[in-house]
Design a protein around this ligand. Structure first.
Ligand code: SAM
Ligand code: SF4
Length: 463
């Protein structure tokens, strides 16, 4: 596979098993300087099994998370627009050969209906998801662009979706330009596995068969001017340590060529999917312990790259990983097209996979608040063109952190005022008060001005 040197990764993994304790100590000290780790340093941490040393890794990850991201957690909802697909991914129920699900591609009107539902719940950020095939008579890009426009066109009172990200099939440079012109935030694409032999085994037909076309999609997105890209691996297909090092090698390639790496990394674990034997007999099933370690090590390896966790994980696991490095989570998800307006049936019928965190947005926000995390619906960086290299230049000296805290609190107050249950409202206002006390006088005054505007009914202000 392009950009991935498998022999080098295997050698790094072999050497890592023999890392001296003094070297592990040195790496852990380095992590507290908020610097990136090398591939060899990352491999050394991934090889750690000893409980005391693992505790030090978790402590370092919590330190880095707190210093770069504070206690903010960004929330989004996936919007599945289509489950029609030309590919045969062995782990996915949207697989073209699977006869056990009903196929559907939402129309513009149906998309608007879903968005209305999401806005009424308080959602502000959407990740649009689609299988790799357009409804009859349309190309993929035509369908994506009309769908993005449909999302942005909906309002519920003063509320609108602020940012649409997309997880979709690889496109050409020209098509990526159309996606950018439609107002896309992040283009997200997972390589699934960076191990070429495994990749070819689990992708047997359809355009996704070609691993190089998929990995190059990220280069094409950057070339088209989309500098906000999310990558990921589907954990369980191959050895997780190999996958993490390969993903970091992919990032090194992007940084070398475009001076900036991905904005986010996703770490989905394979969940049971209707019609997929592989999803029920996962070849390299990742234990919870190794999953925690992987997230912590990723936090240390690339401190400035956001980590996304979805409702594939249980509420308990998600709660644990917030402090170890996760910065964005999905909430209240449905993984079937049209699922939001179908009630509880949509949790099981025609879903892409089985969801493990089925809590409502209000419950998730309440739980975050009870643990002193600040739920955020902010999209200010993207709207003020603070993306790609500009974002990284601001993030590294810590400049962005102040803006993020103010914006997160404004979006939280808006949510509490307009959507929260009485208990969440009460706990949320208390948290806002506690957080505000920690600001300097100038920031306190600035925040007070924004809050007064929210009280007067103004919505969606940000710095
Ligand atoms: N069709 C596009 C693609 O494959 O890139 C985008 C949509 S696909 C539904 C989004 C992601 O879902 C895939 O990249 C894959 O990693 C993940 N996925 C598929 N089957 C899964 C399963 N059984 N459990 C967890 N995640 C799964
Ligand atoms: Fe289609 Fe994506 Fe599912 Fe593969 S993972 S079958 S490409 S929807």
């Amino acid at each position: 596979m392009k950009y991935i040197d498998e022999a080098k990764i295997n050698n790094l993994l072999k050497d890592a098993a023999r890392t001296a304790p003094a070297e592990l100590d040195r790496i852990l000290v380095k992590t507290r300087t908020l610097q990136r780790l090398t591939l060899a340093e990352t491999a050394a941490l991934l090889a750690v099994e000893e409980p005391e040393r693992l505790k030090s890794i978790f402590a370092a990850a919590a330190y880095v998370k707190e210093h770069i991201y504070g206690s903010r957690i960004v929330l989004f909802a996936p919007l599945y627009i289509s489950n029609i697909c030309a590919n045969c991914c062995a782990y996915c129920s949207f697989n073209a050969k699977n006869k056990m699900i009903e196929r559907k591609a939402l129309t513009v009107e149906e998309i608007k209906e879903q968005v209305q539902w999401l806005l009424q719940r308080g959602h502000k950020r959407i990740l649009m998801v689609a299988g790799e095939a357009a409804p009859a008579g349309k190309t993929n890009i035509e369908y994506y662009v009309e769908s993005i426009k449909a999302v942005y066109s909906v309002n519920v009172g003063p509320h609108r979706i602020k940012r649409v990200n997309i997880n979709c099939a690889p496109l050409t440079v020209d098509e990526f330009k159309q996606l950018k012109a439609a107002g896309i935030g992040t283009f997200q694409i997972f390589q699934e596995t960076y191990h070429e032999g495994t990749y070819r085994q689990v992708h047997t037909s359809g355009p996704k068969k070609d691993p190089d076309n998929r990995i190059d999609a990220v280069d094409r997105a950057f070339t088209a001017g989309i500098d906000d890209v999310g990558i990921g691996v589907l954990l369980g297909l191959y050895d997780y340590r190999f996958e993490i090092l390969a993903m970091l090698m992919h990032i090194e390639h992007l940084e070398e060529r475009f001076k900036v790496g991905p904005h986010t990394i996703s770490v989905p674990r394979i969940e049971p999917a209707v019609g997929s034997d592989l999803s029920r007999n996962v070849p390299y099933k990742l234990t919870d312990d190794n999953f925690r370690k992987l997230v912590a090590v990723l936090r240390l390896a690339v401190p400035y790259t956001g980590i996304i966790l979805t409702t594939r994980e249980t509420a308990a696991m998600r709660d644990e990983l917030f402090s170890l490095g996760v910065s964005q989570v999905s909430a209240e998800s449905r993984t079937s097209p049209g699922g939001y307006t179908e009630g509880d049936e949509a949790l099981v019928k025609d879903t892409q996979f089985i969801l493990n965190d089925k809590r409502s947005l209000d419950e998730i926000i309440g739980s975050l608040i009870s643990k002193k995390f600040i739920p955020s619906f902010c999209a200010a960086c993207y709207r003020k063109a603070r993306t790609g290299e500009t974002f990284m230049n601001l993030a590294k000296p810590g400049t962005i952190k102040g803006k993020c805290s103010i914006n997160a609190l404004i979006t939280l107050k808006e949510y509490l005022d307009d959507f929260a249950s009485p208990e969440v409202k009460q706990a949320g206002y208390k948290l806002i008060e506690e957080c505000s006390r920690e600001f300097d006088e100038k920031t306190k005054a600035e925040l007070a001005k924004f809050f007064a505007a929210v009280d007067r009914g103004t919505r969606d202000e940000y710095v």
